[in-house]
Design a protein around this ligand. Structure first.
Ligand code: DGL
Length: 269
């Protein structure tokens, strides 16, 4: 199938981009891949993340996609700068768009970044933010427990465990008087309500997957490649755990879409 958009993540995190696409790319058909077999990516080495990312790209390219959104903060931070130009279609990561949004939203120049351990270690958000405005101070914090919480459906507003974990990660950032917080792993916006309740209304949350979708829209528009109307239901693929992906995706997107994931042997790509 040509003329479609590829979106991937290690699991359900990239659904935050699918959700944003409803608004910003309403006429596009989406192929979504969640590499649930290899999730989580966020504690892995460069070589392993690069290998998984390469399979993710190759799988989506088998659909003749016109653009790929790497809706994974880890892949975007760790390997994208090294492999981006290798592919025949534009690749949009979440780091640059998310960082630009954070810089435009901060009023006091103090930005917190929550992301996976690998993404924080790469320094990618820090570099992208300070490249855009060298006067901004960045306060990074790895938040590895958020991914299993989200993958296990523990993201509802009243979830006490998720709230406790959020308090632990956010306390040091709030002490630094941040006014903007980048949810640098695409799983984290599932926890937006909990995170906002811990931060209070004075902190603006940035969802980089949403910003990446806006960037993808602009790139396609510039190239004259926006579709008029080929939307339809997205096609969902995962590399294992169909039922749990379906369950979480239905909670998150179910009103808008029918979720019928297909299984892929991703190691073939
Ligand atoms: N959602 C991903 C990210 O944005 C991956 C999380 C993980 O697999 O550790 O980093």
């Amino acid at each position: 199938m040509s003329d479609c958009i590829g979106i991937f993540d290690s699991g359900v995190g990239g659904l935050t981009a699918v959700h944003a696409a409803e608004k910003y790319l309403p006429n596009e058909h989406i192929i979504y891949f969640g590499d649930t077999e290899h999730m989580p990516y966020g504690g892995r080495s460069f070589d392993t993340i690069e290998k998984f990312a390469s399979s993710d790209f190759n799988f989506l390219l088998s659909f003749d996609v016109k653009i790929i959104i790497a809706a994974c903060g880890t892949v975007s931070s760790v390997v994208l700068p090294h492999i981006k130009n290798k592919y025949p279609v534009p690749i949009i990561g979440v780091v640059e768009p998310g960082s630009a949004a954070a810089v435009s939203k901060t009023r006091n120049g103090r930005i917190g970044v929550l992301a996976t351990a690998a993404a924080i270690k790469s320094g990618a958000y820090n570099d992208a933010i300070t490249r855009k405005d060298s006067s901004v101070q960045v306060f990074p914090m790895p938040a590895p427990l958020f991914v299993p919480l989200v993958e296990n459906g523990r993201f509802h507003k009243g979830d006490r465990v998720a709230k406790l974990v959020a308090q632990e990660y956010l306390e040091p950032l709030l002490k630094e008087n941040i006014d903007t917080l980048v949810l640098g792993c695409t799983h984290y916006p599932f926890l937006s309500e909990i995170i906002q309740s811990v931060c209070g209304d004075s902190v603006t949350l940035v969802n980089p997957a949403e910003e990446a979708v806006k960037t993808a829209h602009d790139v396609l528009k510039d190239r004259g490649s926006l579709s008029d109307n080929c939307k339809g239901n997205p096609d969902f693929y995962v590399s294992s755990d169909i039922d749990s992906f379906k369950h979480i995706a239905e909670i998150f997107l179910g009103k808008a879409y029918t979720i019928r994931p297909s299984l892929v042997n991703i190691d073939k790509y």
